[in-house]
Design a protein around this ligand. Structure first.
Ligand SMILES: NC(=O)c1ccc[n+]([C@@H]2O[C@H](COP(=O)([O-])OP(=O)(O)OC[C@H]3O[C@@H](n4cnc5c(N)ncnc54)[C@H](OP(=O)(O)O)[C@@H]3O)[C@@H](O)[C@H]2O)c1
Length: 333
Protein backbone atom coordinates (compact mmCIF):
# COMPACT_ATOMS: atom_id res chain seq x y z
CA UNK A 1 0.00 0.00 0.00
CA UNK A 2 1.28 3.48 -0.74
CA UNK A 3 -0.11 6.90 0.05
CA UNK A 4 -0.91 10.23 -1.52
CA UNK A 5 1.20 12.74 0.43
CA UNK A 6 1.13 16.55 0.44
CA UNK A 7 3.96 18.74 1.79
CA UNK A 8 2.77 22.26 2.60
CA UNK A 9 5.67 24.75 2.71
CA UNK A 10 7.73 22.45 0.47
CA UNK A 11 10.15 25.23 -0.56
CA UNK A 12 11.11 26.13 3.01
CA UNK A 13 13.96 24.94 5.23
CA UNK A 14 11.76 22.24 6.85
CA UNK A 15 9.56 21.40 3.83
CA UNK A 16 12.47 20.79 1.47
CA UNK A 17 14.07 18.57 4.12
CA UNK A 18 10.77 16.64 4.35
CA UNK A 19 11.14 15.70 0.67
CA UNK A 20 14.52 14.15 1.54
CA UNK A 21 13.24 12.47 4.71
CA UNK A 22 10.33 10.85 2.84
CA UNK A 23 12.86 9.21 0.52
CA UNK A 24 15.47 8.29 3.11
CA UNK A 25 12.96 6.84 5.57
CA UNK A 26 11.21 4.97 2.75
CA UNK A 27 7.72 6.19 3.45
CA UNK A 28 5.57 4.61 0.70
CA UNK A 29 4.41 7.51 -1.47
CA UNK A 30 2.12 6.92 -4.46
CA UNK A 31 1.75 10.61 -5.32
CA UNK A 32 3.63 13.61 -3.94
CA UNK A 33 2.05 17.08 -3.94
CA UNK A 34 4.44 19.94 -3.18
CA UNK A 35 2.72 23.14 -2.10
CA UNK A 36 3.79 26.67 -1.29
CA UNK A 37 2.61 30.21 -2.01
CA UNK A 38 2.31 31.81 -5.44
CA UNK A 39 5.84 33.19 -4.80
CA UNK A 40 7.46 29.83 -5.47
CA UNK A 41 4.77 27.93 -7.38
CA UNK A 42 6.29 26.47 -10.54
CA UNK A 43 9.68 25.65 -8.99
CA UNK A 44 10.83 22.02 -9.15
CA UNK A 45 12.20 19.41 -6.74
CA UNK A 46 13.60 15.95 -7.35
CA UNK A 47 11.78 13.14 -5.60
CA UNK A 48 13.29 9.72 -6.36
CA UNK A 49 13.38 9.59 -10.17
CA UNK A 50 10.68 12.22 -10.67
CA UNK A 51 10.67 15.99 -10.98
CA UNK A 52 7.79 17.41 -8.98
CA UNK A 53 6.47 20.92 -9.61
CA UNK A 54 5.47 23.10 -6.66
CA UNK A 55 1.81 24.14 -6.78
CA UNK A 56 0.16 27.25 -5.38
CA UNK A 57 -1.67 26.19 -2.21
CA UNK A 58 -4.53 28.61 -2.99
CA UNK A 59 -5.79 26.41 -5.83
CA UNK A 60 -5.15 23.08 -4.15
CA UNK A 61 -7.87 20.59 -3.22
CA UNK A 62 -6.87 18.16 -0.45
CA UNK A 63 -9.45 15.54 -1.58
CA UNK A 64 -7.63 12.23 -2.04
CA UNK A 65 -4.59 13.27 0.03
CA UNK A 66 -4.05 10.72 2.81
CA UNK A 67 -1.11 12.28 4.66
CA UNK A 68 -0.49 16.05 4.77
CA UNK A 69 2.80 17.27 6.24
CA UNK A 70 2.62 20.96 7.21
CA UNK A 71 5.70 23.21 7.27
CA UNK A 72 4.22 26.47 6.04
CA UNK A 73 4.17 28.33 9.36
CA UNK A 74 1.38 29.16 11.79
CA UNK A 75 -0.83 31.26 9.50
CA UNK A 76 -0.84 28.51 6.87
CA UNK A 77 -1.47 25.76 9.43
CA UNK A 78 -4.33 27.56 11.13
CA UNK A 79 -6.07 28.06 7.80
CA UNK A 80 -5.18 24.84 5.98
CA UNK A 81 -4.90 22.07 8.59
CA UNK A 82 -8.69 22.09 9.29
CA UNK A 83 -9.31 22.15 5.52
CA UNK A 84 -7.07 19.12 4.94
CA UNK A 85 -8.50 17.33 7.98
CA UNK A 86 -12.04 17.81 6.71
CA UNK A 87 -10.99 16.43 3.34
CA UNK A 88 -9.88 13.25 5.14
CA UNK A 89 -6.10 13.72 5.34
CA UNK A 90 -4.11 12.83 8.44
CA UNK A 91 -2.32 16.11 9.19
CA UNK A 92 1.14 16.17 10.79
CA UNK A 93 1.80 19.79 11.68
CA UNK A 94 5.14 21.44 12.42
CA UNK A 95 3.76 24.74 13.64
CA UNK A 96 2.99 25.60 17.26
CA UNK A 97 -0.71 26.16 16.46
CA UNK A 98 -2.16 22.86 17.70
CA UNK A 99 0.58 21.47 19.94
CA UNK A 100 -1.07 22.21 23.27
CA UNK A 101 -4.63 21.29 22.20
CA UNK A 102 -5.93 18.52 24.47
CA UNK A 103 -7.17 16.39 21.56
CA UNK A 104 -3.96 16.69 19.52
CA UNK A 105 -1.15 14.21 20.27
CA UNK A 106 2.30 15.85 20.47
CA UNK A 107 4.66 13.10 19.47
CA UNK A 108 8.30 12.05 19.32
CA UNK A 109 7.92 8.44 18.13
CA UNK A 110 10.73 6.99 20.30
CA UNK A 111 9.27 8.71 23.38
CA UNK A 112 5.45 8.61 23.30
CA UNK A 113 4.17 6.85 20.18
CA UNK A 114 1.22 5.41 22.13
CA UNK A 115 -0.30 8.93 22.11
CA UNK A 116 -0.85 8.50 18.37
CA UNK A 117 -3.74 6.11 19.10
CA UNK A 118 -5.80 9.07 20.37
CA UNK A 119 -5.46 11.18 17.22
CA UNK A 120 -8.48 12.80 15.60
CA UNK A 121 -6.85 13.71 12.30
CA UNK A 122 -4.17 16.12 13.58
CA UNK A 123 -0.83 15.18 15.09
CA UNK A 124 1.57 17.91 16.20
CA UNK A 125 5.32 17.78 15.77
CA UNK A 126 6.99 19.35 18.83
CA UNK A 127 9.34 22.32 18.78
CA UNK A 128 12.82 21.44 17.48
CA UNK A 129 14.61 22.13 20.77
CA UNK A 130 11.99 20.13 22.69
CA UNK A 131 12.31 17.03 20.49
CA UNK A 132 16.01 16.45 21.08
CA UNK A 133 15.74 17.19 24.81
CA UNK A 134 12.82 14.81 25.51
CA UNK A 135 14.65 12.04 23.65
CA UNK A 136 17.44 12.38 26.22
CA UNK A 137 15.10 12.84 29.22
CA UNK A 138 12.88 9.83 28.56
CA UNK A 139 15.40 7.23 29.90
CA UNK A 140 15.32 8.95 33.31
CA UNK A 141 11.56 9.31 33.80
CA UNK A 142 11.22 6.07 35.79
CA UNK A 143 13.87 7.30 38.26
CA UNK A 144 11.54 10.17 39.21
CA UNK A 145 12.39 13.15 37.01
CA UNK A 146 12.04 15.97 39.53
CA UNK A 147 13.49 19.03 37.82
CA UNK A 148 15.05 20.05 34.47
CA UNK A 149 17.15 23.12 33.68
CA UNK A 150 18.14 23.70 30.08
CA UNK A 151 20.12 26.31 28.14
CA UNK A 152 20.08 26.07 24.36
CA UNK A 153 22.46 27.17 21.59
CA UNK A 154 20.19 27.20 18.53
CA UNK A 155 21.17 27.48 14.87
CA UNK A 156 19.77 30.03 12.45
CA UNK A 157 18.09 27.38 10.24
CA UNK A 158 15.61 27.11 13.12
CA UNK A 159 14.25 30.48 11.97
CA UNK A 160 13.92 29.36 8.33
CA UNK A 161 15.56 29.83 4.95
CA UNK A 162 15.81 33.65 5.13
CA UNK A 163 17.76 33.47 8.40
CA UNK A 164 20.30 31.12 6.77
CA UNK A 165 20.80 33.75 4.04
CA UNK A 166 21.13 36.50 6.65
CA UNK A 167 23.98 34.74 8.46
CA UNK A 168 25.64 33.92 5.10
CA UNK A 169 25.41 37.51 3.89
CA UNK A 170 26.70 39.03 7.13
CA UNK A 171 29.60 36.55 7.25
CA UNK A 172 30.52 37.16 3.57
CA UNK A 173 30.44 40.93 4.11
CA UNK A 174 32.77 40.63 7.12
CA UNK A 175 35.15 38.30 5.27
CA UNK A 176 35.43 40.67 2.32
CA UNK A 177 35.82 43.76 4.49
CA UNK A 178 32.48 45.19 3.37
CA UNK A 179 29.94 46.84 5.71
CA UNK A 180 27.38 44.29 6.91
CA UNK A 181 23.94 44.54 5.31
CA UNK A 182 21.35 45.74 7.83
CA UNK A 183 19.71 42.85 9.75
CA UNK A 184 16.22 41.90 8.50
CA UNK A 185 15.29 38.65 10.24
CA UNK A 186 16.95 39.22 13.62
CA UNK A 187 16.84 42.57 15.42
CA UNK A 188 20.66 42.80 15.59
CA UNK A 189 23.50 41.12 13.64
CA UNK A 190 23.67 37.35 14.19
CA UNK A 191 27.16 36.83 12.68
CA UNK A 192 29.78 36.73 15.49
CA UNK A 193 27.03 37.36 18.02
CA UNK A 194 24.79 35.48 20.48
CA UNK A 195 21.13 36.46 20.88
CA UNK A 196 19.52 35.43 24.17
CA UNK A 197 16.00 35.84 22.80
CA UNK A 198 14.03 33.45 20.57
CA UNK A 199 10.46 34.64 20.10
CA UNK A 200 8.81 37.48 21.94
CA UNK A 201 8.90 38.00 25.71
CA UNK A 202 5.87 37.00 27.78
CA UNK A 203 4.77 38.76 30.98
CA UNK A 204 6.83 36.27 33.04
CA UNK A 205 10.07 37.27 31.25
CA UNK A 206 10.31 33.98 29.33
CA UNK A 207 10.38 33.99 25.52
CA UNK A 208 7.94 32.06 23.33
CA UNK A 209 10.59 29.42 22.57
CA UNK A 210 11.32 28.91 26.29
CA UNK A 211 7.63 28.58 27.14
CA UNK A 212 7.17 26.04 24.33
CA UNK A 213 10.06 23.93 25.64
CA UNK A 214 8.64 23.93 29.15
CA UNK A 215 4.98 23.25 28.26
CA UNK A 216 5.66 20.74 25.49
CA UNK A 217 8.08 18.69 27.62
CA UNK A 218 5.44 18.32 30.34
CA UNK A 219 2.86 17.19 27.76
CA UNK A 220 5.11 14.71 25.89
CA UNK A 221 6.45 13.08 29.06
CA UNK A 222 2.99 13.14 30.71
CA UNK A 223 4.52 14.96 33.70
CA UNK A 224 2.20 17.95 34.16
CA UNK A 225 3.89 18.97 37.43
CA UNK A 226 7.48 18.70 36.15
CA UNK A 227 9.64 21.57 37.38
CA UNK A 228 11.44 22.86 34.30
CA UNK A 229 13.08 26.11 33.29
CA UNK A 230 14.66 27.05 29.95
CA UNK A 231 16.91 29.75 28.48
CA UNK A 232 16.94 29.70 24.67
CA UNK A 233 19.75 31.37 22.75
CA UNK A 234 20.36 31.87 19.03
CA UNK A 235 23.97 31.36 17.92
CA UNK A 236 25.72 31.89 14.55
CA UNK A 237 25.58 28.22 13.53
CA UNK A 238 23.83 27.14 10.31
CA UNK A 239 22.46 23.71 11.23
CA UNK A 240 22.04 21.91 14.55
CA UNK A 241 20.86 22.91 18.01
CA UNK A 242 22.95 22.21 21.13
CA UNK A 243 21.64 22.04 24.69
CA UNK A 244 23.16 21.96 28.15
CA UNK A 245 20.69 19.94 30.25
CA UNK A 246 20.69 19.55 34.06
CA UNK A 247 18.31 17.08 35.69
CA UNK A 248 17.41 16.17 39.25
CA UNK A 249 16.05 12.71 40.02
CA UNK A 250 14.26 11.16 43.00
CA UNK A 251 16.71 8.25 43.01
CA UNK A 252 20.49 8.22 42.45
CA UNK A 253 21.94 7.36 39.06
CA UNK A 254 25.68 6.99 38.41
CA UNK A 255 27.31 8.21 35.20
CA UNK A 256 27.74 4.59 34.04
CA UNK A 257 24.07 3.86 34.74
CA UNK A 258 23.04 7.05 32.93
CA UNK A 259 25.05 5.99 29.87
CA UNK A 260 23.44 2.54 29.92
CA UNK A 261 19.96 4.07 30.15
CA UNK A 262 20.63 6.52 27.32
CA UNK A 263 21.95 3.66 25.16
CA UNK A 264 18.55 1.93 25.38
CA UNK A 265 16.88 4.79 23.47
CA UNK A 266 16.35 4.29 19.74
CA UNK A 267 17.56 7.22 17.64
CA UNK A 268 20.02 8.38 20.28
CA UNK A 269 23.80 8.15 19.96
CA UNK A 270 25.67 8.19 23.26
CA UNK A 271 29.14 9.68 22.89
CA UNK A 272 30.51 8.87 26.32
CA UNK A 273 34.19 8.77 25.41
CA UNK A 274 36.12 10.54 22.69
CA UNK A 275 34.98 13.70 20.96
CA UNK A 276 31.95 15.53 22.33
CA UNK A 277 29.09 16.01 19.88
CA UNK A 278 28.95 19.28 17.96
CA UNK A 279 26.33 20.73 15.60
CA UNK A 280 28.66 20.20 12.61
CA UNK A 281 28.70 16.49 13.45
CA UNK A 282 24.95 16.27 13.93
CA UNK A 283 24.08 18.25 10.79
CA UNK A 284 22.22 16.32 8.06
CA UNK A 285 21.67 13.30 10.33
CA UNK A 286 18.57 12.04 12.10
CA UNK A 287 20.25 10.90 15.33
CA UNK A 288 20.24 12.85 18.58
CA UNK A 289 23.76 12.88 20.07
CA UNK A 290 24.45 12.99 23.82
CA UNK A 291 27.83 13.58 25.44
CA UNK A 292 29.54 15.12 28.48
CA UNK A 293 27.44 13.01 30.84
CA UNK A 294 28.45 13.83 34.41
CA UNK A 295 27.16 14.18 37.95
CA UNK A 296 25.89 17.60 38.94
CA UNK A 297 27.61 18.13 42.31
CA UNK A 298 25.39 21.08 43.23
CA UNK A 299 22.21 19.03 43.92
CA UNK A 300 21.21 15.61 45.24
CA UNK A 301 20.80 12.98 42.46
CA UNK A 302 21.75 15.48 39.78
CA UNK A 303 23.11 14.73 36.31
CA UNK A 304 24.10 17.00 33.48
CA UNK A 305 24.75 16.35 29.81
CA UNK A 306 25.08 17.93 26.36
CA UNK A 307 22.55 17.14 23.62
CA UNK A 308 22.94 17.98 19.92
CA UNK A 309 20.69 17.30 16.92
CA UNK A 310 19.92 18.67 13.46
CA UNK A 311 16.89 20.92 14.01
CA UNK A 312 15.68 20.52 10.41
CA UNK A 313 15.97 16.70 10.50
CA UNK A 314 15.12 15.18 13.90
CA UNK A 315 13.90 18.57 15.12
CA UNK A 316 11.31 18.89 12.35
CA UNK A 317 11.17 17.04 9.00
CA UNK A 318 12.42 13.59 9.99
CA UNK A 319 10.39 13.51 13.19
CA UNK A 320 7.25 14.31 11.14
CA UNK A 321 8.01 11.55 8.63
CA UNK A 322 8.91 9.15 11.46
CA UNK A 323 5.45 9.87 12.92
CA UNK A 324 3.90 8.84 9.59
CA UNK A 325 6.09 5.68 9.49
CA UNK A 326 5.13 4.84 13.08
CA UNK A 327 1.43 5.27 12.28
CA UNK A 328 1.88 2.84 9.42
CA UNK A 329 3.58 0.33 11.74
CA UNK A 330 0.77 0.78 14.32
CA UNK A 331 -1.85 0.33 11.55
CA UNK A 332 -3.20 3.83 12.20
CA UNK A 333 -3.03 4.87 8.55
N1 LIG B 1 13.32 25.56 10.96
C1 LIG B 1 13.21 24.70 11.96
O1 LIG B 1 14.21 24.18 12.52
C2 LIG B 1 11.87 24.31 12.47
C3 LIG B 1 11.79 23.33 13.44
C4 LIG B 1 10.56 22.94 13.93
C5 LIG B 1 9.42 23.54 13.43
N2 LIG B 1 9.51 24.51 12.49
C6 LIG B 1 8.27 25.10 11.98
O2 LIG B 1 8.11 24.69 10.62
C7 LIG B 1 7.44 25.71 9.88
C8 LIG B 1 8.26 26.11 8.67
O3 LIG B 1 9.50 26.63 9.09
P1 LIG B 1 10.73 26.85 8.11
O4 LIG B 1 11.88 27.05 8.98
O5 LIG B 1 10.80 25.78 7.08
O6 LIG B 1 10.32 28.25 7.38
P2 LIG B 1 10.80 28.83 5.97
O7 LIG B 1 12.13 28.31 5.58
O8 LIG B 1 10.61 30.29 6.07
O9 LIG B 1 9.74 28.24 4.92
C9 LIG B 1 8.38 28.58 4.96
C10 LIG B 1 7.64 27.78 3.92
O10 LIG B 1 6.23 28.00 4.07
C11 LIG B 1 5.69 28.52 2.86
N3 LIG B 1 4.62 29.44 3.21
C12 LIG B 1 4.71 30.68 3.75
N4 LIG B 1 3.48 31.19 3.95
C13 LIG B 1 2.60 30.26 3.51
C14 LIG B 1 1.19 30.20 3.41
N5 LIG B 1 0.43 31.22 3.82
N6 LIG B 1 0.63 29.10 2.90
C15 LIG B 1 1.37 28.05 2.48
N7 LIG B 1 2.73 28.04 2.54
C16 LIG B 1 3.32 29.13 3.05
C17 LIG B 1 6.85 29.16 2.13
O11 LIG B 1 6.58 29.19 0.75
P3 LIG B 1 7.18 30.27 -0.27
O12 LIG B 1 8.46 29.67 -0.79
O13 LIG B 1 6.13 30.32 -1.33
O14 LIG B 1 7.38 31.54 0.46
C18 LIG B 1 7.96 28.15 2.47
O15 LIG B 1 7.81 26.99 1.66
C19 LIG B 1 7.19 26.84 10.90
O16 LIG B 1 5.90 26.67 11.48
C20 LIG B 1 8.26 26.61 11.94
O17 LIG B 1 7.91 27.14 13.20
C21 LIG B 1 10.70 24.91 11.99
Amino acid sequence: MSYSVAVVGATGAVGSTMIQSLQELNFPVSQLHLLATARSAGSHYRYRDQTVTVQDIENFDFAGVQVALFAGGEIASEKLVPRAQQAGAICIDNSASFRMHANVPLVVPEVNSEALRTHQGIIANPNCSTIQMVAALKPFVDLGLRRVLVSTYQSVSGTGKEAIEELENQTRAWASGQPAPPPRIYPVPIAFNVLPQIGSFGPDGFTGEETKMMEETRKILSLPQLRISATCVRVPVFYGHSESVHIELDRPCSVAQAEERLKTMAGLQVMAAGPTPTPLQAAHQDEVMVGRIRLDPSVENGLQFWVVADNLRKGAASNAVQIACKMLEMKLL
